[in-house]
Design a protein around this ligand. Structure first.
Ligand SMILES: Nc1ncnc2c1ncn2[C@@H]1O[C@H](COP(=O)(O)OP(=O)(O)O)[C@@H](O)[C@H]1O
Ligand SMILES: [Mg+2]
Length: 237
């Protein structure tokens, strides 16, 4: 851990000695410290139960840390009150492991929500949603409702919803879990492109083929502890 933790402003995601216990006496995360730079693309890996979802939930302020500090976009999330939490979340795109799509709304509406909450003009929103659905290969499904789609298609809707607003941070929990290898690569490429444009991206995955293919910085959790934080590509250092 760097000594100058207080003074790093170029890291939109920072955790300092963070632990999380859902149940007293058993820690889902233990003493995790890390910093992720703006525009960095990072894999978060580890076996089922290692704490990947917990870490992402903490960053999205869906859960509170039991110990330690989390700074997101320079804000100490433990101190956020009232409207400050939704305000932060509007700057963060998130792909949940279980998608959390709105049933009874079309694919297009599900993706457009991201833009509606920030007041993007209707015309602009329509074209951005259309382009985004094209990029994930779902423009022909835009008037369908999520429950009529396959798991892989629903996952791509969730990815489109997270990316369409060009968030400052993207948190993606097993975003390729339901996709075949070719589609997984396309989705990762979309996220890499977002990182190139300045989005800080964290992708939780236990897909070793992806880790091997992309050689990006990889955070590996083992029973809630950060067992490895390896920068695999010199370009990331
Ligand atoms: N809401 C919860 N209540 C109690 N225990 C939980 C909860 N969420 C996760 N856990 C536990 O925390 C640990 C880490 O889980 P999780 O973060 O989901 O890991 P991963 O995403 O790597 O599979 C597991 O032991 C899991 O059972
Ligand atoms: Mg998980």
């Amino acid at each position: 851990m760097r000594g100058a933790w207080e003074s790093r402003d170029d890291c939109p995601v920072r955790m300092y000695r963070v632990s999380k216990s859902y149940i007293a006496g058993s820690a889902a995360l233990r003493d995790v410290s890390l910093e992720i730079r703006k525009g960095e693309f990072v894999f978060l890996t580890g076996q089922s139960g290692a704490g990947k979802t917990t870490l992402l939930d903490l960053l999205f302020a869906a859960e509170r840390p039991s110990e330690g500090q989390i700074l997101m976009l320079g804000r100490n999330i433990a101190r956020l009150r009232g409207s400050a939490i939704p305000a932060l979340r509007r700057r963060v795109g998130v792909v949940f492991q279980d998608f959390k799509l709105l049933q009874g709304r079309s694919v297009e509406e599900n993706v457009r929500i991201t833009l509606d909450v920030v007041g993007t003009p209707r015309r602009e929103a329509r074209s951005r949603v259309f382009n985004m659905l094209r990029q994930v290969g779902l423009q022909h499904r835009r008037y369908h409702s999520p429950e009529s789609l396959s798991g892989g298609e629903q996952q791509r809707v969730a990815i489109a919803r997270a990316l369409v607003g060009e968030p400052e941070i993207l948190l993606a929990d097993e975003p390729t879990g339901n996709l075949d290898p070719d589609l997984s690569i396309e989705i990762i490429e979309l996220m890499l492109n977002a990182a190139t444009r300045g989005t800080t991206v964290i992708v939780a995955t236990h897909d070793h083929a992806l880790l091997e293919r992309y050689h990006r910085r990889t955070l590996r959790l083992e029973a809630g502890q950060l067992a490895e934080d390896e920068a695999r590509a010199s370009a990331d250092l």
